[in-house]
Design a protein around this ligand. Structure first.
Ligand code: PLP
Length: 379
């Protein structure tokens, strides 16, 4: 018996309907049958991205969509402001640097959200900044940034706002058009309940002017090609047929639930996980701006954080995430995004309590589960 629970911030578990869609015989992509599937995906993506603009599908993991954003908006020698409060903020800087973009880095203490006024200050002092790169859910630290407030600051000027919503989309509210966010990138394997393999990007008309003007070399990730194809209900290269078919199943589930319900469900699971951590005497890593998609918890002193994660996974089949980079061994992260239900959270917490007890950490057994149940009972 080897029952597995996946509570990581990507990949996330797959609903059975999604898995079954991928077992269907494959069809050819240059056919009216696939065009129907692609059209349905386009409509569903606009809904989940909360935008009237096109959402392009790229065959890549989320980082491919990040790279598409950088190379389609900026040229070598352009200047970008990057909000860097974790590993994924750093990724924006790394990609920009790889293409010769000048990066002005706004360093944010890991575990904190960016202060939008700091962005405003930087934009004022450096009018060269063409684009601001930030992250909705900084998965490495468990922080949600206030994108509405950031957008309010950026949209007043000429720079465009680019948001990495790879782990936040479908878990945390992101009103792309209503807030005035120019570019949103996402990936398939987090809140969208799919396997890894699809990247998504949407571009506002303000940002599309940069796409037209950018002088960077680009081929596979050229959004002008993607737009030309999408206008004919097509993709420029072989579509990820199977994954796009599965995407429609995932979007159907989400549309049936509705965005409001989805965000509330994520918040309840996050509240429960946070309450459980507190009841166990554990400290949240990001208490001031905790994400509703993933909860980062400090490993208590005297406990080997890497061993905790390893034992939960290898002995009991419950996979949570450890810390990345400088947070390795110092935090563990329980994801509650996508196809995760109350029952999964209870299972995860129960395993956490068991292994913490075995490792000698002192607390009242069951206290975390009790606290979580109390949140769930309130609903
Ligand atoms: C997972 C993640 C990424 C990286 O996506 P890949 O699919 O691994 O390329 C980037 N940003 C954030 C915020 C993420 O959570």
């Amino acid at each position: 018996m080897n029952k597995q629970y996946l509570l990581t911030p990507g990949p996330t578990p797959l609903p059975p309907q999604v898995s079954l869609a991928m077992a269907r015989p494959i069809i050819h992509h240059r056919t009216p049958q696939f065009q129907e599937i692609l059209k349905e995906a386009g409509t569903g993506l606009k809904w989940v991205f909360q935008t009237a603009n096109d959402v392009f599908i790229i065959s890549s993991s989320g980082t491919g969509a990040m790279e598409a954003a950088v190379i389609n908006l900026l040229s070598c020698g352009d200047t970008a402001l990057v909000v860097q409060g974790g590993k994924f903020g750093e990724r924006w800087t790394e990609i920009a640097k790889a293409y010769g973009v000048n990066t002005e880095v706004l360093d944010v203490e890991w575990g904190k959200a960016v202060n939008p006024q700091e962005i405003q200050k930087r934009l004022k002092s450096n009018p060269q900044i063409k684009a601001v790169f930030t992250t909705l859910c900084e998965t490495s630290t468990g922080v949600d940034n206030d994108i509405a407030a950031i957008a309010a600051v950026v949209k007043a000027g000429p720079a465009v706002l680019v948001v990495d919503a790879i782990s936040g989309l479908g878990a945390v509210d992101l009103k792309t058009d209503a807030w005035g966010v120019d570019v949103v990138v996402a990936g398939s394997q987090k809140g969208l309940m799919l396997p890894p393999g699809l990247g998504f990007i949407t571009v506002s008309s303000k940002a599309w002017k940069l796409v037209e003007a950018a002088k960077s070399g680009r081929y596979y990730l050229d959004l002008r090609k993607a737009k030309k194809a999408l206008d004919k209900n097509d993709t420029p290269f072989t579509s990820s047929i199977t994954l796009i078919d599965a995407l429609n199943e995932a979007l159907k589930i989400m549309q049936k639930d509705g965005l409001e319900y989805i965000f509330k469900r994520h918040k309840t699971m996050a509240d429960a996980t946070r309450a459980a951590a507190k009841a166990l005497g554990l400290e949240l890593f990001a208490p001031t701006a905790p994400s509703d998609g993933v909860t980062a918890v400090k490993v208590p002193s005297g406990i080997d954080g890497e061993k905790l994660v390893k034992t939960m996974r290898d002995t009991y089949g419950v996979t949570i995430a450890g810390g990345q980079a400088e947070l390795k061994g110092k935090i563990f992260r329980i994801a509650h995004m996508g196809y995760i239900a109350e029952s999964d959270i209870i299972t995860g917490l129960s395993c956490l309590e068991k292994v913490l007890t075995q490792m000698g950490y002192k607390f009242t057994l069951g206290a975390g589960i009790k606290a979580a149940e109390e949140v769930f009972l309130k609903g």
